[in-house]
Design a protein around this ligand. Structure first.
Ligand SMILES: Cc1cc2nc3c(=O)[nH]c(=O)nc-3n(C[C@H](O)[C@H](O)[C@H](O)COP(=O)(O)OP(=O)(O)OC[C@H]3O[C@@H](n4cnc5c(N)ncnc54)[C@H](O)[C@@H]3O)c2cc1C
Length: 385
């Protein structure tokens, strides 16, 4: 019997990344029959390689991960107690702190992936690995997905959770706006002499941006953002020179530093899908909206989408019913739109090194330091987004 005939899935999710697996768990818990198709093999999903990303999670995301049973499976969770932002030339940084609570938490992306895989396995879910989605079409009451080897899978609703460059989105003919920042993020794990005390530092320097994200112990992850033309020169630096350059950019706040693992490079391209739904299709995670990482909203938005979509799908109803899909799209676009536009505008403003813009940047940071209500509003956004 071929897979199409055997298919009993009500929802077919393409992509077993952190968004796809979280959605699979949420829908399973609502009583829907879910199947996941993923191009990677099961071993790579069960023990994902460290990809260098440290994911800042908000309070809202923590609640979702707790409900799905993922949070308790995470290890090496580093509390994010405070954040500071400075631009070259600002004497005092702009500081954010939430009274009596952490701003959020940082967890390595591969730990989130492993936890999501374990949570799905524990539910006994139908996850088919080594399946690369290569075809998509609609029939009377189902959408059909075909893998590269010709296997067919059908369900009343298909979900694209297959990354910001989503092949399924393209196959379905949904256009997306890509914003290439012409820059790349170089991620480097470091150990250092002094405690970071849960402080995340964002330094907008001329020609480059440096973020230092606290990990457990005296460890941090440096996110060094440079123009693509500069990348070969920076990437060629040896570990000692690299650690010294980051320590200097951090103005010695963490003392002497040492590189503590492999470097990873991510070209920075933000993506906004023109539609988040189409007949018998929904986009989720980065396939719907792929964020620039500076505001740390990507996976947090992915979890927002998981909540918004799963809440609208009922076991007894057709999961591909357009009314429910449109309601998901409206809610998720309302949440993601301002964050997407705001993040891109912030990146443009903080990476434009022309003299008048630099001066304005310093003035904005100084002004914000003296406006507690503005800082409180930004802090609320950081905590609850
Ligand atoms: C440097 C960096 C830092 C970040 N920091 C943060 C942060 O601090 N906070 C935050 O919230 N977010 C952050 N993010 C964003 C976050 O990492 C992403 O939003 C999240 O990983 C996206 O998950 P996803 O499941 O949508 O996609 P992905 O993780 O890309 O997973 C997609 C899955 O689909 C599979 N797939 C792809 N094509 C096919 C196909 N044809 N057939 C079958 N399977 C397929 C892939 O193999 C993969 O398993 C950061 C991102 C970067 C790059």
């Amino acid at each position: 019997m071929n897979d199409l005939a055997a298919s009993e899935a009500q929802v077919l999710i393409c992509g077993a990344g952190p968004a796809g697996l979280a959605l699979a768990c949420a829908l399973h818990d609502r009583g829907l029959a879910v199947r996941v198709l993923e191009q990677a093999d099961a071993a790579a999903l069960a023990r994902p390689a460290d990809d260098g990303r440290e994911i800042a999670l908000t309070h809202r995301s923590r609640r979702v991960l707790e409900q799905l049973g993922l949070w308790g499976r995470l290890c090496d969770i580093a509390p994010l107690r405070r954040a500071s932002v400075r631009s070259s030339g600002t004497r005092t940084p702009l500081a954010f702190e939430a009274a009596g609570q952490d701003l959020g938490w940082l967890v390595a992306n591969h730990r989130i992936r492993a936890a999501a895989w374990e949570a799905a396995q524990q539910r006994g879910m139908d996850i088919r690995c080594g399946r690369q989605v290569a075809g998509f079409w609609r029939e009377a009451r189902v959408a059909v997905v075909q893998t590269r080897t010709g296997e067919r899978h059908a369900a009343p609703l298909v979900v694209a959770a297959d990354s910001r460059f989503s092949p399924l989105r393209r196959l379905a003919g949904i256009a997306a706006r890509h914003h290439d920042f012409g820059r790349s993020a170089l991620l480097v794990p470091l150990t250092h002499e002094r405690e970071h005390e849960g402080l995340a530092q964002e330094c907008f320097l001329e020609g480059r941006t440096l973020a230092l994200l606290p990990k457990t112990g005296r460890r941090s992850s440096a996110v060094w953002t440079v123009a693509n033309a500069e990348l070969p020169r920076i990437a060629a630096m040896d570990d000692a020179a690299f650690a010294a350059a980051i320590a200097a950019a951090a103005e010695g706040s963490l003392g002497e530093m040492r590189v503590d693992g492999a470097r990873h490079v991510y070209p920075l391209v933000a993506v906004w899908a023109q539609r988040f739904v189409a007949p018998r299709l929904a986009l989720i995670g980065d396939a719907a909206v792929g964020m620039h990482p500076v505001t740390a909203h990507g996976y947090n938005l992915g979890l927002h989408g998981v909540e918004a979509l799963s809440r609208r799908l009922e076991p007894g109803c057709d999961p591909g019913e357009m009314g429910a899909l449109l309601a998901y799209e409206a809610e998720h676009r309302r949440a993601a739109g301002p964050l997407y536009a705001g993040t891109n505008a912030l990146v443009r403003f903080f990476t434009d090194d022309r003299a008048p813009v630099l001066a304005l940047r310093r003035a904005v940071i100084d002004m914000a330091r003296h406006l507690p209500p503005l800082r409180a509003a930004i802090t609320r956004r950081l905590v609850d987004a």
